[in-house]
Ligand binder design. Sequence first.
Ligand code: EPU
Length: 302
Amino acid sequence: MRISDPKVLGGLAKLDVEPRPGTSLAELTSLGIGGKTDLLRIKKHESIPCLLRLLDENHILHKFLGGGSNLLVGDGELPWVVVQLVSPDLDVLLEGNLAHVDAAADLGRTVTYCAKHDLGGMEGLIGVPGTVGGALRMNAGAYGMQIGSYVREVKLYRAATRRIEILRGHQISFEYRHTSFAPDDMMLAVTLELPFKPFKEILEGIRICNEKRRASQPLGQKSAGCIFKNPPGASAGRMIDELGLKTLSVGDACVSDRHANFFVNAGKASARDMLALIANVRERVQKAYGITLENEVVVWNG
Ligand code: EPU
């Protein structure tokens, strides 16, 4: 347990932060890989600046966890605590074509909730696991759309000012799987401006995307989605497939037999196994194509 000092525990209680000592991150990530640390669950956004000051003063390192669906966490005892927002009961509020969404809201549920109220645009994101905050930070996208296109404003904790701030959409740059947020900024809420569309039309879009995803991705298996970003003008999955690397494995970490840019945990894979597999594939692609693949998956190792 990283937090045992009664003074710190008292401080957490005052801030209404719930500590869960010795939490296994394997249970909080879609890859099912990761060691143990203390989880701090935040119920009120307003507690965050004080919480981070408390951690700093006590030399406790931290990381922010969203839905854990694009994350590879190291093995064993982890050297930092993990801070996570608890989703409020009412996590999506609609006002005309604006959706005010808590960062902890489930992305898929948000897409379908908006669809039921004739708000579309995000059909491609159906089936992308994780939270709205995580999708925002990575500018998640699929089937020709990306969440960044619909962002009107973002409420976030900014590490640079140590304050909660509101940024307008035009103040943020959203690129392919990349945003201008700092690594230690924490997404708190977002207002999305969505196009009105009849529910039936949105539903048809969702059905088509679901079908494409089911046909090409290993949905029932433990993965973090695509491991590598697509290099400009090329497809990482196609290159890995062309090299005959589907089913290549290190321990229980395995290149999916369905989609070569998905690496799955076929049993009890460790972070060490998965990192070795990533390095191996990257090296083979580099040798064959002269392209160094960049991770899309976020790695918390040490
Ligand atoms: N392909 C192969 N073999 C494979 C996988 C793909 O030949 O094993 C070929 C496909 O046949 C297709 C091309 O490669 O011609 C592209 O494949 P796909 O349509 O599956 O898309 P992708 O570029 O591999 C991207 C995103 C996915 C997103 C899909 C659909 C990245 C890294 N990946 O995949 O996002 O779901 O498009 O829009 O941008 C993710 O970000 O985690 C993710 C899964």
